[in-house]
Ligand binder design. Structure first.
Ligand SMILES: [Zn+2]
Length: 243
């Protein structure tokens, strides 16, 4: 652990004890398990695929696009692609139905024993003309996965690569498994929307996410930099920004 990381941890009110435990865990992981990288979601074989929104929650709307429809179609295709690659897939919804964010998190946690990861699929909206794809993560063990999914999604779609963003959301902070929220382009941007409106393009979105997941499964974190543990509370429904 570098001085810089320690300084940041301390500045966030993490006690020396927690730092010491983290050092101990890193020491254990590097001395055992054949040198396995503790950050890598090791050997996950289940992907909980979460089409954002649904039912009474339409998500964003712009340029005649309705987010809950786009996310469902994209996520179903993603599930097909992952199953075709031999992974077990659990869908949080397969039709136009509303589920609480906490129910989606709980479903992911029920699959923890199956070495699951959670991937929540969304499309973005903004009043400021923004464009591109962005992947949100929180957990340290999800950073490499986020980088690989973001990279593959940007390559596959050709949309602007905004990058990965560490954000404490219900579906990134609260699950007990590695997890991501992927925003697959801006419905509010004319250029993004023209592409997103095409089913074939949404197939490429799904293919990009699937490739990122499979890259992570095959390669782990590799040379992707570590991110420090952060001590923050669970995300609440009352938090300012929610998905
Ligand atoms: Zn959304």
């Amino acid at each position: 652990m570098s001085f810089e990381i320690m300084r940041k941890l301390l500045s966030r009110g993490v006690t020396i004890l927690v730092g010491a435990v983290a050092l101990f865990q890193i020491g254990c992981a590097s001395s055992g398990g054949g040198g396995a990288d503790p950050r890598k979601p090791q050997g996950f074989n289940t992907v909980v695929v979460d089409p954002g929104h649904g039912g009474r929650d339409s998500g964003g709307r712009a340029n005649k696009l309705v987010e809950k429809q786009l996310t469902l179609e994209t996520a179903l295709k993603l599930g097909e692609d992952l199953r075709g690659s031999g992974l077990r897939v659990v869908m949080t919804r397969t039709d136009d139905r509303f589920y609480l964010l906490d129910e989606r998190v709980a479903l992911a946690n029920r699959n923890r024993a199956n070495n699951a990861i959670l991937v929540s699929v969304h499309y973005n909206a903004s009043g400021r003309g923004a464009s591109g794809v962005v992947t949100f993560f929180w957990r340290t063990d999800s950073h490499g996965l986020a980088v690989r999914v973001q990279r593959a999604l940007a390559q596959e779609t050709g949309l602007k690569d905004i990058g990965v963003v560490r954000r404490r959301l219900r579906v990134t902070r609260n699950p007990d498994v590695p997890c991501l929220l992927v925003e697959c382009g801006y419905m509010t941007n004319k250029s993004d929307a023209a592409k997103i409106s095409q089913p074939a393009f949404r197939g490429r979105v799904a293919a990009g996410i699937a490739r990122g997941i499979l890259d992570q499964l095959a390669q782990g974190d590799g040379s992707i930099p570590r991110v420090p543990e952060l001590n923050e509370p669970l995300s609440q429904a009352t938090d300012a920004r929610e998905y």
